[in-house]
Design a protein around this ligand. Structure first.
Ligand code: BES
Ligand code: ZN
Ligand code: ZN
Length: 498
């Protein structure tokens, strides 16, 4: 990630490859400071506005090159009308600009924060979004490239120019935002790592290494321990693969003896569907089926880096869903860790099985709340499209906390109901319950209603990130591939927990 520094230079003192200044469409005038600066650079800015068509529309940007040795490029960024301004628009605009500057061979740039001043949001709020917007947008996954490495462009340094009075407060905001962004980008790295490399063992070893570096307690259960504990559901999913399952538990202690909040992540390192094999078009990108677990691991690391005042346990439930003579089949009946027996109806609904045992296991930590994060259903895409995730749970207070955290993180979630009527859909003739129903109706809810059986009466919420986990296209600060969705949200939740 590029380095971000906070400075309080006057515009006239800036020495950098590029200086970016933002404008609102409906007050496209130069304030006193910009005006003085503009004169010193031959009125490049005012000319761009007057005669060269810069209107400051949303997402519009213009690069103007100068003869100035200290500053070879001025970037003008449009933020649209001030009344329509939102923090999402800000993150997208700054993200898009950062990508454009990188593509234009800029290695370092300065950003004049005063130009973002607006009537809706305080300095610390828009500063936070700017830092995250830049760092998330500039993410690239290049680890497996061996050719033309010199053609990979990157920005190494960004200087944020703030008012002297705001210097110290700004540094704090930037520090925290950098840790948040790093957690998202590390999640993206792990999710993007191909499935022949990122096996359950690889992900568990990664968690262990990170635990040592950050002084987190770490317990890894291997396949023998998982079997011995009686986790028949997780084991059945994992059986078909030569890459044996793991459960990685990370514990962060930031609040004495208080009961922890447990995060449980689905970590299916590749989901073929098993004997209910996925069609070709749906197999591609199924390495992203471990995203819940990857997010949980990065969140625990960030908890330590931020020294949050909460106790958090992260459980990554890791297995691979493959086809072999050892694989589980439809019609099997499995005995879960909780003792509940489950009739298998579709081997592609493996996530809820892995989670069933991990959720029951999470109760051993006597949690005050359990939240699972899982790429659980394709139905989540049908219900909400690609930019929002369903959330469900058994405790409205917990759900409201999660919604408040999502408002702040700008990751959209929408609560679905868990009405008792849905229970009928998973009644089994021969076991306690079955894990899917026959139709395609209410797919998200059926997944959640199944999970509900494994958390007893502990406050629990389920985030189905099946739709939001992966980006097919570049958009604003979103980069193609793994998105890291829900990491910012959950960090907000833990930071603000009361
Ligand atoms: N990992 C998938 C869900 C998924 C699909 C995530 C597409 C991201 C994109 C999950 O294991 C799955 O296959 N779910 C099935 C459940 C069904 C068989 C009840 C699904 O959604 O089709
Ligand atoms: Zn599946
Ligand atoms: Zn899956």
């Amino acid at each position: 990630m590029p380095k971000i520094e906070v400075i309080s230079d006057n515009l006239g003192e800036v020495k950098d490859q590029c200086l970016a200044i933002a404008f609102f469409e409906d007050r496209l005038s130069l304030n006193k400071e910009i005006s003085i600066f503009d004169k010193s650079i031959n009125n490049i800015i005012s000319n761009s506005i007057k005669s060269r068509g810069f209107k400051a529309e949303k997402d519009e940007s213009k690069l103007c090159y100068t003869n100035n040795k200290n500053l070879s490029c001025i970037a003008l960024l449009g933020l649209g009308k001030e009344n329509d301004f939102s923090l999402s628009k800000l993150m997208d605009a700054i993200g898009k600009l950062s990508k454009k500057l990188r593509a234009s061979d800029i290695k370092s740039f300065s950003l004049y924060l005063g130009s973002f001043e607006n009537k809706s949001f305080e300095h610390s709020i828009y500063l936070e979004k700017i830092v995250k917007g830049i760092l998330l947008a500039l993410y690239q996954f290049t680890k497996y490239k061996t050719k033309d490495l010199e053609k990979i462009k990157s920005i190494d340094k960004i200087s944020l120019i703030v008012d002297k009075k705001l210097l110290n407060a700004s540094k704090k905001v930037v520090e925290e935002s950098v840790v948040y962004s790093e957690a998202v980008n590390k999640t993206r790295d792990l999710v993007n790592t191909p499935p022949n490399i990122a096996t359950p063992k690889y992900v568990a070893d990664y968690a262990l290494k990170l635990a040592k570096e950050n002084k987190l307690k770490c317990t890894i259960l291997d396949e023998k321990q998982i079997e011995k504990l009686g986790m028949g559901c997780l084991m059945a999913v994992a059986k078909g693969s030569a890459n044996k399952p793991r459960i990685a538990v990370l514990e962060y202690n930031g609040n004495g003896k208080e009961k922890p909040i447990v995060l449980v992540g689905k970590g299916v390192t590749f989901d073929t569907g098993g004997y209910n094999l996925k069609p070709a078009a749906y197999l591609a990108t199924m390495k992203d089926d471990k995203a819940g677990a990857c997010g949980v691991i990065s969140i625990l690391e960030a908890c330590a880096k931020l020294s949050l005042n909460v106790n958090v346990v992260g459980i990554a439930a890791l297995a691979e869903n493959m086809v072999s003579d050892k694989s589980y089949r439809p019609d099997d009946v499995l005995k879960s860790y909780s003792g509940i027996t489950v009739e298998i109806t579709n081997t592609d609904a493996e996530g809820r099985l892995v989670l069933a045992d991990a959720l029951s296991y999470s109760l051993e930590y006597k949690p005050k709340a359990v939240i699972d994060i899982a790429t659980l259903t394709g139905a989540s895409i049908i219900s909400l499209g690609y930019f929002a995730s369903p959330v469900l749970g058994n405790n409205q207070e917990l759900l409201e906390k999660i919604k408040a955290a999502s408002e702040k993180s700008l990751e959209k979630i929408w609560q679905f109901p868990l009405w008792e009527e849905y229970e009928d859909l998973i009644k089994s003739d021969i076991a306690d319950i079955k894990h899917t129903h026959d139709g395609i109706d209410a797919g998200v809810i059926v997944g959640a209603i199944f999970l509900k059986h494994f958390v007893k009466d502990i406050p629990w919420a389920h985030l189905d990130i099946g739709a939001t986990v992966w980006a097919k296209e570049e958009k604003g600060y979103i980069v193609k591939g793994a998105t890291g969705f829900s990491v910012l949200l959950l960090l907000n939740l833990l930071r603000d927990w009361k």
